[in-house]
Structure formats: structure tokens, C-alpha cells
Design a binder for this molecule. Structure first.
Ligand code: DGJ
Length: 793
């Protein structure tokens, strides 16, 4: 056994490669401290609660206590970036030095450094961040060092930099191996962090890249892991496990984000809940093959990471060529709501983010499937418009020989059999009713029984000229990385967009990619295919300004932040059963805000589960999203249509709140009564849902709390009454009074802290509560009289 060593300072023992820089970025209650001692690879010394100090002799600031970012119990807006929340150079140095580990027995002779790209040359014995090689076998063990840093495009000359949200570019190189990496690190206004690496081959000989994965350290006591799995019709099912030695590796080889996507991988201190537990989370923003990982080595060091999953030979860099990896987004927060809010605030801050007045949509899929008939479809449009629907989407089946799912896919020409006069009569009718028009496409796919596949079998993705992958939903993948195939699809789509007044594309993608290669060469092409899809979306949006795109993939198999850079909503799942949607919507919103989630009211009996639900439960579930209808309205009763009209009116009157407010989830995730709501940014109004998702072992539910509201304000609570009373509804006295009178005034502190007695509901029933801040002329109820006037606030 080797003798025990004393700790050593890296500055003494590490090879001196370049200048030392220490950078502290802080925003919205989050700090990131980056150490580039002696020009070594950047290592994250701290990613978590804001570190800035206030008062004393240090620089002033408004830093929060660790673990309070986002303030559990409130949904207030993000803390403004605070450029004065600085530590000072000495403290920054001390922080970086204090993070240098001891050298344990039988280990390398200097403290191990976990770089953002982990490497063996720094003593890291876990998964390396960058692997690849040249034909002679060299290049697999890089030693990247920092060559320069730029902050917001300006070279960094100072050794210490502290600032608010900012973009940092670190240029790294291993000159001997001919590798250069441009690493972008961005702390956004929301406190969300994102990182991306681009690798350039600087030698003449080709470099085969196997993997480029970025890593972020998390504390050694972040013992809990939470990520997601699922399948068709049951996307984003949460799974929890312990963070132990080894790698929790989520590899995706589906060529799409996946119904079983990791979605968001969290590591958390014990007790992770919606509003409890300090959590660190990552999301790899990529719609092709990708990975997420949580790794612990035997020193106890833990990390979260992610990157693209490259197939063998997929990325071969010639001289001077560059590979750009996906963004790895990282969110820190106190509880799951706080983690989610950072993603939401970032998405909402983008200039191209959707208008919250999203049109109520009718999608005809579950109403007619492939049975396209002009009279029936115009009748559906009439019924929809009469209810207040604002957008009409014609789904699969309008083109080529597509009368079922076995043929015609890929022939984007209106079927003369079914639509002898083209789509014009339907579109004119829809527009005449004041609705927008949307059309379904599946641009990356073909049936073998299609004109395009017959004319160009070489465009089908396949591992060899004489082999073809297994069919899935009778279809194959069209290789958009072949320029002629790309141009063919683009031109057919553009022709339709030019001929007709189309506002919206439902962009579907109904199969995993198996053996997905360029058929003529056998070379894997998922990477190129993914980029070509992005290009095609970007090009169509650029040439058709205002066009919206929905990302659909057999339901919700393409939900990620990169597809959402060029699409305007996702279809959460093909399963519209509201009980299932309570779960899927709840967890889809861990990454994306409600306005990006397609959320429909379907027929009473679910087409995917066979369960029967009341319209009240279906609608109360669906209004927390971008609302749509997917139901053969001709089969609905007059009572149902009247109730549906009221739900749509309720939604349109509240949608700006629902689609801009902060999502809060107020139950503990274990009870039979799920409580979630949306609170306006100014905390002046909210809508909450009480949804019975099962039966409880206790005869009463826990008290209801409504986080996010202002404890110092007074609110009026009104149970929303649309349609028949929910079955089994037994109201506590406060609710009865609120229902009988014009709502009930309740102090904010009672809502946020002490809580209100919960009603009883039969399973699969829901009740909404409308909440608004009381006006100064309102009075709190007194025992007998009108009560005390509300203090002016
Ligand atoms: C799968 C989608 O998720 C459905 O909504 C529908 O568009 C079908 N594809 C059409 O084939």
C-alpha cells in the first residue's frame, strides 16, 4: 500500500500550460464558478445556489442562502441579474483552492481534476468526455488545455471575472493530436446554464469522433436520481433511483428523442419533491441519438452529463472540419418546480416564443382517421367554429394513395380521389368560419408502396444497397441528408404552402430509426438526418414567415429543446385519456411550459385505453396546456356541446394566465388528490386544479395549499362550475360558502401556509378553483356581518 499523502496544491504540481482565470457568473439565484488554473481544462468548482455576499466588507449583493433559489412557496419572477453579487478576487481564489481534493492512496500523484470534458490526462478514471481516433490509432487520449477565453466576444485578460448572465467561449486545444475545441458556456437570465462543444480537426489526416460528452459536477450528497422513461401512449413516466457508484447511462438509439426519453435527469439531495430538495438537472437538447448520464466513481465524485450518441463512422472529420455538439442545458433549483421554472423562463424569454393567445384547435384525427370526406369535414368545421374553435387541423390521409397507413406516405400531393377539387374547398370553408388552417405531414418518412420510394429506392435509409430495415407502421425513413431527397420533400411541401393558405403544420415522425444509413454507402446517417430535419424546418419557416409547426412523433416522442427552437408546440401523447394525461402533462412540463404542450379534449371513451371519463375531468385536465378538441363532434350530444362551449369560453378567458403564469405543483406526488395550478407573475390571479387520480387510504385528503400566491394579500376563491357537478364531490364548509356566494375571501397566508380543508371527489374527477386578488373594497367574511375591509395593498 502506498503511504498516505498530504493534500497538494494543483498550482504547484500541475504542468504549467497557460494563464489562470477564475470566472464567477451569477443570475437569478444561481452561481457558476469556473476554474482555469494554469490554462488547464475548465473545471466547474461550483454550480448551484448564488454565492454573492451582501453587507460586511465584501462586495454588496442580494445573494440567497444556498437552497433557496426560487423561494419555495412562491412563484415570484426570477431574481434580476445582480452584477454586484460578487465574491471578490481573494474569495474566488480561496473558493477554487478549497475545492481541490486530497490525493488518496494508490491514486495519481496530483488531485484529480474533473474538467467539463473529463480526460484521463487529468487523472479522471471515469468515462472520458472526448473519444475518437485516427487510422493509426492515435488521438484517443487527448490533453486539451485552454488557449483563450472570451466573455461576450471580448478576450478575457483579467485573472478574475465576476458578472451576471453571460456567454463565455473557451478555446481549447491539443496541438500534438491536432484537436481544437470551442466550448461555449452560457449562464442565461433565468439562471439556466447551457454548454456546447465544437471539435475541429486541425491535422490533414481524418479524425473519427466517437463521443463528445460534457460533464457537470454535482455534490456527493445528491443521493437521489429522477429521470423519465415510457412508451407509446405513456410518455414521460418518472423513475427514481439512488445515485451509486457506476454509471446511470441513458442511451437513445431511436433516431428521435424517444417516447422513453430521459427528458430531464435530476440528481438531488434527499427529499426531492415539487417544492423541496436541492436539485441539479440536465437535458441534452438533441432530436437524434443522444445520451444522458449520472456517474459516480469510487472517490465519491459525481457528475451529470450528456451529448449526442454517434454511430460508428458517423462523424469523420477531414482537415479543418468541425463537429458541433448539442446544447446541454442544466437547471439548478430548490425542488422540481424551481428546476422547471428556469427552463420555462428561458423558453419564454426567446424572441420567437409563441404568443400566449394560442388558438383553440380542432384536430380531426380521432374524429375521422383516414376517412376523408369533404361534407363530413366541413360539417366538423361548422360545429367546431360554433363552439369557439380557432384553428382547424386536417390530419393524415389527404395525400397520394394514403387511404390507410400502408401506402402513399412521402407523396405530398393532394389525393385526386378523395379531394377531386383539391384542399381549396375545405380551406376556404374553414377560413370563412374565421379559423386558421393546419395540415399534417410526415416529411422524413415513406411507405415502400409510394411513388417516391418506387422512383428513388436509394433514398430509403438502409445499411446496404440490397438490404432494408424492418418496417415499422409499414414505413421506412427517407434520407434527407441526400440533397435531392431533401429538395424533393422541400419542394413538394413548399408547393402546398404556396398554393394554399396554411398557417400550421403538424409535423409527425412515426417510427424509430433502425440501421439508418445512406443506402448506397452503408454509412450511418442519423446525425446528418437530424440536422437535415432541422434545416428543413428552418428553411420552411424562413420562406413562410408566421408558419407554426407542431412537433409530433407517434404522439410525444420528439419533445426536446432543440426541436423546440423551430417548432411551436409538441403533441404530448397519442393517449388523450385524461387520467394518463394528468401524469404525462405534469411531467412534460418539467421541461416545457404549458403553452407548448398540445392538450386536447377527446371523446368520452378514450381511443387508446377504453376508459370512460366525464367531460368535466377531460376538460379540467386539458385546459392546462394549448387546448384543442379531438372528438367527432357530430357524435356529441347537445348537452355535451353546450358544456364544451363553456369550457372553451372559460379557457379563452383565462388562457393568458394559464399560458404565461408560473406552474406550481402543490401535492407531494404520492396522494390520490393531485393539486397543480398556474399563478400569474404578479400573483394577482391563479387557477388551480384538484384532480382525484385514485382512491386514498385515508378518508380525508391533506389540507390544500396554494403555493405561489402572496401570503400578505387576500384572495377571492371560486370553485369553477361548468357542466354537471363532479361525481362524489363533498365540499368542506368553506367551499360550500364560496360556491353559494360570489366566492370566498381568504387571507393569502391561509392559502400558502396553513391550508384549506380539501373536498372529497370520486376517482377520475376534477375541480378547478379560480383565484383572484381581492379588491380594496372587498371585505373578509365576518361571523355575522360584512367583515373587515381589505387593507389597500
Ligand atoms: C401519430 C400522431 O401522434 C397522431 O396524432 C396522428 O397524427 C397519426 N400519427 C397520423 O398518422
Amino acid at each position: 500500500m502506498s503511504p498516505r499523502r498530504t493534500p497538494v496544491d494543483t498550482a504547484v504540481t500541475a504542468p504549467r500550460a497557460g494563464a489562470t482565470h477564475r470566472v464567477h457568473l451569477t443570475a437569478a439565484g444561481v452561481s457558476l464558478v469556473l476554474d482555469v488554473t494554469d490554462g488547464r481544462i475548465p473545471a466547474i468548482v461550483h454550480w448551484g445556489a448564488a454565492l454573492g455576499v451582501s453587507g460586511g466588507d465584501g462586495p454588496t449583493g442580494t445573494a440567497r442562502e444556498p437552497g433557496t433559489a426560487g423561494e419555495p412557496g412562491t412563484a415570484g419572477g426570477p431574481e434580476p441579474p445582480n452584477r454586484s453579487a460578487a465574491l471578490g478576487a481573494a474569495a474566488l481564489d480561496a473558493l477554487c483552492e478549497a475545492a481541490v481534493d486530497v490525493v488518496p492512496n494508490n491514486a495519481v500523484d496530483v488531485p484529480v481534476r474533473l474538467g467539463i470534458i473529463p480526460q484521463q490526462c487529468d487523472g479522471w478514471i471515469g468515462r472520458p468526455g472526448l473519444t475518437g481516433s485516427r487510422a493509426d490509432g492515435s488521438g484517443w487520449a487527448p490533453r486539451l488545455v485552454t488557449r483563450s477565453l472570451h466573455l461576450e466576444g471580448r478576450p478575457l485578460t483579467e485573472p478574475h471575472v465576476e458578472t451576471g448572465p453571460a456567454r463565455l467561449r473557451v478555446d481549447l486545444a491539443d496541438e500534438n493530436l491536432g484537436l481544437a475545441v470551442a466550448l461555449d458556456i452560457e449562464l442565461l437570465e433565468s439562471g439556466l446554464l447551457r454548454l456546447r462543444a465544437a471539435l475541429t480537426n486541425t491535422l490533414e489526416t481524418p479524425y473519427d469522433l466517437d463521443e463528445l460528452t460534457l460533464a457537470l459536477p454535482v455534490p456527493g450528497d445528491a443521493d437521489e436520481l429522477l429521470d423519465f422513461a415510457g412508451r407509446w401512449g405513456k410518455e414521460r413516466t418518472p423513475q427514481r433511483s439512488r445515485f451509486t457508484v457506476g454509471t446511470h447511462l441513458r442511451e437513445n438509439r431511436r433516431g428521435r428523442t424517444g417516447a422513453d426519453a430521459t427528458h430531464v435527469l435530476h440528481a438531488a439531495r434527499p427529499g426531492l419533491g415539487f417544492r423541496t430538495g436541492e436539485a441539479w438537472a440536465v437535458h441534452t437538447a438533441h432530436s437524434g441519438n443522444h445520451r444522458h448520464l449520472a456517474e459516480q466513481i469510487n472517490t465519491g465524485t459525481r457528475l451529470l452529463g450528456g451529448g449526442e450518441l454517434l454511430l460508428p463512422g458517423e462523424v469523420r472529420l477531414g482537415a479543418g472540419e468541425q463537429y458541433v455538439g448539442p446544447w446541454l442545458y442544466a437547471s439548478y433549483g430548490a425542488g422540481l418546480d424551481d428546476v422547471a421554472h428556469r427552463f420555462h423562463r428561458h423558453l419564454r424569454s426567446r424572441p420567437h416564443h409563441v404568443d400566449p393567445r394560442r388558438p383553440v384547435t380542432l384536430n380531426v384525427w380521432e374524429a375521422v382517421y383516414f376517412d376523408h370526406d369533404l361534407a363530413r369535414l366541413t360539417d366538423l368545421a361548422d360545429r367546431a367554429a360554433a363552439l369557439g374553435v380557432e384553428r382547424y387541423v386536417l390530419d393524415d390521409g389527404w395525400f397520394g394513395s394514403r387511404r390507410d397507413d400502408t401506402s402513399g406516405l412521402g407523396d405530398w400531393i393532394v389525393s385526386a380521389d378523395v379531394w377531386p377539387d383539391g384542399l381549396g374547398p375545405l380551406i376556404d370553408h374553414v377560413r370563412g368560419l374565421g379559423m386558421e388552417f393546419g395540415l399534417w405531414f410526415e416529411p422524413e418518412m415513406v411507405n415502400e408502396d409510394s411513388d417516391v420510394a418506387r422512383a428513388h429506392p436509394e433514398w430509403i435509409m438502409a445499411p446496404a444497397p440490397d438490404r432494408i430495415p424492418l418496417e415499422s407502421r409499414h414505413q421506412q425513413v427517407l434520407n434527407l441528408s441526400i440533397p435531392a431527397a431533401y429538395a424533393h420533400v422541400r419542394d413538394q411541401m413548399s408547393a402546398l404552402l404556396e398554393t394554399y393558405d396554411i398557417d400550421y403544420l403538424k409535423w409527425d415522425h412515426n417510427r424509430d430509426l433502425l440501421e439508418a444509413a445512406t443506402r448506397a454507402t452503408g454509412r450511418a446517417a442519423v446525425h446528418e438526418q437530424t440536422l437535415a430535419t432541422y434545416r428543413l424546418m428552418d428553411e420552411l419557416k424562413a420562406t413562410h414567415p408566421g408558419l407554426e409547426i407542431e412537433s409530433c412523433s407517434s404522439g410525444g416522442a420528439r419533445v426536446d429543446l432543440e426541436i423546440l427552437e423551430r417548432t411551436d408546440r409538441v403533441w404530448v401523447s397519442d393517449c388523450i385519456d385524461p387520467l394518463e394525461r394528468q401524469q404525462m402533462n405534469r411531467w412534460t412540463s418539467q421541461l416545457i411550459p404549458l403553452e407548448l404542450m398540445g392538450s386536447h379534449i377527446a371523446s368520452g371513451r378514450s381511443h387508446s385505453t377504453g376508459r370512460l371519463h366525464t367531460l368535466g375531468f377531460r376538460a379540467a385536465t386539458a385546459v392546462f396546456g394549448h387546448l384543442g378538441i379531438e372528438w367527432d363532434l357530430a357524435a356529441a350530444t347537445e348537452e355535451e356541446l353546450e358544456e364544451l362551449r363553456e369550457w372553451i369560453a372559460f379557457y379563452t378567458s383565462r388562457r393568458e394566465l394559464l399560458l404565461t403564469g408560473d406552474l406550481v405543483r402543490a401535492d407531494r406526488g404520492e396522494s390520490a388528490l393531485w393539486v397543480h395550478g398556474v399563478v400569474a407573475a404578479d400573483r394577482g390571479s391563479a387557477v388551480f386544479s384538484l384532480a382525484a387520480v385514485g382512491r386514498s387510504a385515508e378518508s380525508q385528503h391533506e389540507r390544500l395549499r396554494f403555493p405561489g400566491l402572496d401570503p400578505a394579500a387576500t384572495y377571492r376563491l371560486r370553485p369553477v362550475r361548468i357542466g354537471p357537478r363532479p361525481s362524489g364531490l363533498t365540499m368542506p364548509p368553506w367551499m360550500t360558502r364560496a360556491a353559494e356566494e360570489d366566492g370566498l375571501l381568504v387571507p393569502g397566508a391561509a392559502l400558502t401556509h396553513s391550508g384549506l380543508a380539501a373536498p372529497l371527489l370520486d376517482p377520475e374527477q376534477a375541480l378547478l378553483i379560480d383565484i383572484s386578488r381581492a379588491r380594496c373594497t372587498d371585505h373578509l367574511p365576518g361571523p355575522g356581518g360584512p367583515g373587515d375591509p381589505i387593507e389597500r395593498r
